[in-house]
Design a protein. Structure first.
Length: 189
């Protein structure tokens, strides 16, 4: 694969093809936050866990002032470091450990963003995950070449505003695809 492809997948969605058998990623939409020759890091954005933000904040000794946020789900971000939290947020802000994902969305792994959220001074839109998805050098490109994923430019409204049960279909919709017409088998003409 060209290095141009590698640099272009940050700020893109990976949309799992119907044939994806990995239980961590089947039916998933992943936001790629970083992608380079060294590999890729992303977060699954459509797998809510049984855990909500109120409970998570209690576990890390923070009092969440917003009752509305307390019931929001925490998401399974991927199978790597599932004990570690990651916050996708908009606007980008200036937090301790933030990676810019495009011009508007940030990925923060430092506790300061959660402290600000608890105090009612955090980012306007956020999605909190435990864990992340990671790929080694060339691994993601290989999976894409084997038809495991489709890619689409990321859309902040899909991340933060679309109901979770509609995110997969909407991600396919960004590509003009109705997932009902996809086959799980690859074919050759």
């Amino acid at each position: 694969m060209s290095s141009e492809l590698a640099s272009n997948l940050a700020n893109h969605f990976l949309v799992a093809m119907p044939g994806m058998v990995d239980p961590n990623f089947g039916g998933s939409v992943v936001l790629v936050a970083e992608h380079s020759a060294k590999g890729a890091l992303g977060l699954v954005i459509n797998r809510p866990m049984e855990l909500d933000l109120g409970t998570l904040f209690e576990r890390i000794d923070l009092a969440l002032e917003s009752g509305e946020l307390a019931g929001s789900p925490v998401y399974f971000g991927g199978p790597v470091q599932t004990d570690r939290g990651f916050v996708l947020h908009q606007p980008l802000g200036a937090w301790g450990s933030t990676v810019a994902v495009g011009d508007e969305v940030g990925l923060t792994s430092s506790k300061d963003v959660l402290e600000a959220v608890a105090a009612g001074q955090g980012p306007q839109r956020l999605l909190v995950t435990l864990g992340y998805a990671g790929w080694g050098p060339g691994q993601l490109e290989d999976e894409i070449a084997r038809n495991a994923w489709l890619t689409a430019p990321a859309d902040a409204d899909l991340i933060f505003e679309t109901p979770v049960e509609q995110r997969l279909a909407r991600a396919f919709g960004l590509l003009g695809i109705d997932p009902a017409f996809l086959s799980s088998a690859a074919g050759h003409a």
